[in-house]
Write a protein that binds this ligand. Structure first.
Ligand SMILES: [Mg+2]
Length: 283
């Protein structure tokens, strides 16, 4: 049975030294004459289309961008991004996340693993950002920022492309999402996919904790634990509750301390919790 592993880009595969944010801010200034100011957490883990819409709203007092504005922002952003990527590399602010190269090289050798991207970056933006790391070569399919405003749409698009390319169906339990923010985890869960999170990225620790991924790891140094999570290695020491749960167990168990009962109520609770998580009212 094949498994599809989808990697987020920023904070999961690489730290690109803030090049995306700088290109976004400069694009807005070039197009509309205003330099937008915002916290990084506002945009991390969202899709690029969503970020363009949000930042446009910030400088235009809540106004929604037209389709033409969206296109203009995309084009300007992609035009400015290469310079900013190179600036990050030059200032030594660009680096792959610890252990990721070894992990990808290992996974690429596994016969039943398909590697893909699940990123909010525009496809071209993801390529540009990954170029200096040479990690692009590992990924044959992906879901990208163009696929929608939500991460769920983007992840589903990645699965569809993988199914087409590999002529095989990937059921939700065969899809594994690895990201670095609560938004990656929530989107994976909403799609019924497995979720793992890297805590050395751009996510906010408390929100990551609340979103309760199946697996939480600082980085990719410990390949064995990832392999146990992916179901391609057995756990040498037995399952360690609290650090991860096995793929076959109910995802919501950790989140609500209950499982297997009252599915409708569980669904309702999940929506409420996730809304709270996004608005920050429970923090
Ligand atoms: Mg990320």
């Amino acid at each position: 049975m094949k498994k599809l592993v989808l990697f987020d880009v920023d904070g999961t595969l690489i730290d690109a030294g803030g090049c995306g944010r700088r290109a976004l801010v400069d694009a807005m200034e070039a197009l509309y004459g205003v330099k937008p100011e915002f916290e990084h957490s506002l945009i991390s883990g969202r899709t690029d289309l969503d970020n363009f819409r949000i930042v446009y709203g910030l400088i235009k007092k809540g106004k929604k961008p037209s389709a033409a504005d969206m296109k203009k922002m995309q084009n300007k952003y992609l035009e400015l991004l290469p310079t900013e990527v190179h600036a990050s590399v030059r200032c030594k602010k660009y680096y792959p996340v610890t252990g990721v190269e070894k992990f990808l090289a290992f996974l690429a050798k596994q016969p039943d693993i398909v590697l893909g991207l699940g990123t909010g970056n525009l496809e071209k933006g993801a390529q540009l950002k990954l170029e200096p790391s040479h990690l692009n070569n590992y990924f044959t399919v992906g879901g990208y920022g163009e696929d929608g405003h939500t991460r769920e749409e983007m992840l589903q698009a990645a699965v569809k492309r993988a199914e087409k390319k590999y002529k095989t169906k990937f059921a939700p339990e065969q899809v594994y999402v690895i990201g670095d923010t609560h938004r990656d985890i929530v989107a994976a869960k909403n799609c019924g996919f497995h979720s793992a999170v890297i805590t050395s990225g751009f996510g906010e620790a408390e929100k990551i904790l609340r979103a309760a991924a199946e697996l939480e790891m600082k980085d990719f140094k410990d390949i064995t634990t990832f392999c146990v999570w992916l179901g391609i290695k057995t756990d040498p020491k037995g399952v360690k509750r609290g650090s991860y749960i096995m793929p076959a167990s109910a995802i919501e168990h950790v989140f609500f301390s209950r499982t297997g009962i009252d599915e409708d109520r569980l669904k309702m609770l999940r929506i409420k919790k996730y809304e709270d998580l996004e608005s920050g009212t429970i923090m």
